[in-house]
Design a binder for this molecule. Structure first.
Ligand code: NAD
Length: 507
């Protein structure tokens, strides 16, 4: 089906209207929103001034003081309602994600499903914000931990998961008793407005929420900086490039605020001789080419054992040549890059790879009928003689560097020998190899998978990575602890005052 450009803009306006976004929020503003699908300008969104952003943060701070009084399981009810509203508008929001970011319908819907999943998780968690009871060395004493809300917390998100990342943070932060302030990517304000409208609907159905519990700050880097610098924001969870995280992390450290940093990845997989090669091929193809290489967990480096290298790379090349590149709304597997700058960065990485002795397959511009304003590219498979130059960096585009290895320990050392530490995988049916990979001597990443690609995490596990990926954890497991402060309480229910460590101080 040919995509009519005007139709796309009208579709977007219709979807936003149905979801409940006011027309004033998408018209007459300074922020032009462009669909990567066909380059069409979808809306002009008004931006908040830095001064107004600071005021909004003050209001959220006051709201947090009220919200913390609401019992956690009751707070969970608000997140349950959010999940209900998201279910009701899953198709619409999913479609908007696909239009604004250029994802396939299935991936757009998947992103909203992830939001629903984290809401379900957070509702259950709202009754499980446990602290420990700890044995004390003093008679007639009890020691325990309690977990308390932090205040109004900041969420800065990236373009490529424009709404799921908000929900990972928002659902947990809310049940933990915090107010939330969201600075979405300036490339994706429409899905942010839609998500916020959906949240407002949940709020309307919930009597106990204070005014200003959630704030949306549409704007650029200066607005993000206002959030990072505001003294009433005790925690900022920031998702984006390592360059952004380096600035944000240092600023937060400078005022002793907390940071959850979810930054770039340079993810690798190892294919061993014992691997199920059909499964490995599918796992590699999805992880490397899915979302046009624009996931933080995208597979960017591949180490293949010498004994299977030639045969496996030949199959990969065939997959790269045949994968359908085109309008993602029509179901093509590889959609557009987010913008022209991204294409330029991809081309300069490929040129650098050639200079370093790499053989590049693909990576060329593709013209898509009806989507001439979009930036489409055939994913690139690059056979590299070694791990050098652009292989050491994250280029946010579909480039997979393939290298050969002989000994597993060498492959693991190479996979770890980059500055990022987000996701990793091994394809192997050898128990020793697989266990070694996930052990302390194996992958140094926050995510280490066996017989699964590097991307596509579930919300039940803690998500995040080491080194220049920032060290933060979001989503499942005990990531909620990052959104609360811990107090250790020692209670003396006796009539004497024994001191710890047997210290005496008799007055
Ligand atoms: P980006 O760093 O350009 O922008 C991310 C967000 O940070 C935007 O909202 C932007 O306005 C804001 N920002 C930028 N500079 C800032 C500053 N100095 N102070 C405050 N805010 C600032 O990233 P992007 O291009 O939108 O996204 C792609 C990057 O995000 C990739 O590197 C990718 O790996 C990473 N990413 C990481 C994860 C993860 O969970 N680890 C998830 C998604 C994306």
């Amino acid at each position: 089906m040919e995509m009519d450009m005007v139709e796309l803009r009208e579709q977007t306006a219709g979807l936003l209207n149905d979801i409940g976004v006011a027309t004033a929020s998408i018209k007459g503003g300074t922020l032009a929103v462009r669909s990567p699908v066909n380059g069409e300008t979808l809306a002009y969104v008004p931006e908040i001034s830095v001064e107004d952003a600071r005021q909004a943060i003050d209001i959220a701070h006051d709201a947090a003081l009220e919200w913390r009084k609401v019992p956690a399981p009751v707070r969970g009810e608000l997140v349950r309602l959010l999940g209900e509203e998201l279910r009701a508008d899953k198709e619409k929001l999913g479609r908007l994600v696909s239009i604004e970011v250029g994802k396939s319908p299935s991936e757009g819907l998947g992103e909203v499903q992830e939001m629903i999943d984290i809401c379900d998780f957070a509702v259950g968690l709202s009754r499980q914000l446990h602290g420990l009871t700890i044995a004390t060395e003093r008679p007639e004493h009890r020691m325990m931990e309690t977990w308390h809300p932090l205040g109004a917390i900041g969420i800065i998100s990236a373009f490529n998961f424009p709404v799921a990342v908000w929900s990972w943070n928002a659902a947990l932060a809310l049940i933990c008793g915090n107010a939330i302030i969201w600075k979405p990517s300036e490339k994706t304000p429409l899905t942010a407005l839609a998500t916020h409208a959906i949240f407002e609907r949940a709020l309307k159905r919930f009597a106990q929420a204070p005014q200003g519990l959630s704030r949306l700050l549409i704007g650029g880097r200066d607005v993000g900086e206002a959030l990072v610098d505001h003294p009433k924001v005790p925690l900022v969870s920031a998702t984006g490039s390592t360059a952004m995280g380096r600035i944000v992390g240092q600023k937060l450290a400078g005022r002793f605020a907390r940071a959850i940093l979810e930054l770039g990845g340079n993810n690798a997989a190892i294919v061993t001789p014992s691997a199920d090669l059909d499964l490995a091929l599918r796992g590699v193809a999805f992880a490397a080419m899915g979302t046009a290489g624009q996931r933080c967990t995208t597979l960017r480096r591949l180490f293949v054992h010498r004994s299977i290298h030639a045969a496996f790379v030949a199959r990969l090349k065939a997959a790269y040549e045949s994968v359908s590149v085109g309008n993602p709304l029509d179901g093509h597997l590889v959609g557009p890059l987010i913008d022209e700058a991204s294409f330029e960065r991809m081309q300069s990485a490929l040129n650098a790879a050639r200079e370093a002795g790499g053989i590049v397959h693909g990576g060329t511009r593709v013209t898509v009928d009806g989507c001439e304003g979009g930036i489409y590219v055939r994913p690139a498979l690059v056979e590299m003689p070694g791990q050098a130059g652009p292989v050491l960096e994250e280029t946010f585009a579909p480039i997979l560097y393939v290298m050969v290895y002989d000994a597993l320990d060498d492959a693991i050392a190479l996979q770890n020998d980059v500055s990022q530490g987000l996701s990793s995988a091994i394809f192997s049916n050898d128990l020793r190899e697989a266990e070694r990979f996930v052990s302390h001597e194996g992958s140094d990443c926050g995510i280490a998978n066996v017989n699964i690609g590097t991307s596509g995490a579930e919300i039940g596990g803690a998500f995040g990575g080491e080194k220049e990926t920032g060290g933060g954890r979001e989503s499942g497991s005990d990531a909620w602890k990052g959104y609360m402060r811990r107090a250790t309480n020692t209670i003396n229910y006796g009539r004497s005052l024994p001191l710890a460590q047997g210290v005496s101080f008799d007055v």
